[in-house]
Design a protein around this ligand. Structure first.
Ligand SMILES: [Zn+2]
Length: 127
């Protein structure tokens, strides 16, 4: 009985290390596989205090796919025809909430923008 417990206690940490190693191998860095610009850097200016707030947006996980007419079950309806990004940010200098929404076409280019509580200053692709 005592022997058995010793064996288990020694094996558990080794298993943990092995699983961690596997996770790294299989998951890798998903952003790298997704084209050369996986993210966007968006700068907004707080409408109350003027602070410039930078927001990093991951294109793969932060953009919501928009599908054409849900009633339409043809082949084309399966592909998203655009993407939407909703973000709410608060700067460091005050508690003013800056809320914006960007619309993208199917190639992830911005087609429309709307912002409350501040102004959109600039945006560009980034690593
Ligand atoms: Zn502010």
């Amino acid at each position: 009985m005592t022997n058995m417990q010793h064996t288990l206690a020694r094996n558990v940490p080794a298993m943990g290390k092995l699983i961690d190693g596997l996770k790294h191998t299989f998951l890798g860095d998903p952003n790298r596989a997704n084209g050369n610009c996986p993210a966007m850097l968006i700068k907004v200016q707080c409408g109350r205090c003027g602070e410039i707030i930078s927001v990093r947006v991951d294109k793969a996980s932060d953009l919501l796919a928009e599908y054409p007419d849900a009633e339409d079950d043809s082949e084309e309806a399966v592909q998203p025809d655009g993407y939407i990004l909703h973000k709410e940010v608060v700067g460091r200098q005050c508690q003013n909430l800056v809320r914006f929404r960007l619309d993208f076409d199917s190639k992830r280019r911005i087609t429309k923008q709307a912002i409350e509580g501040g102004e959109l200053i600039e945006w560009h692709d980034t690593e």
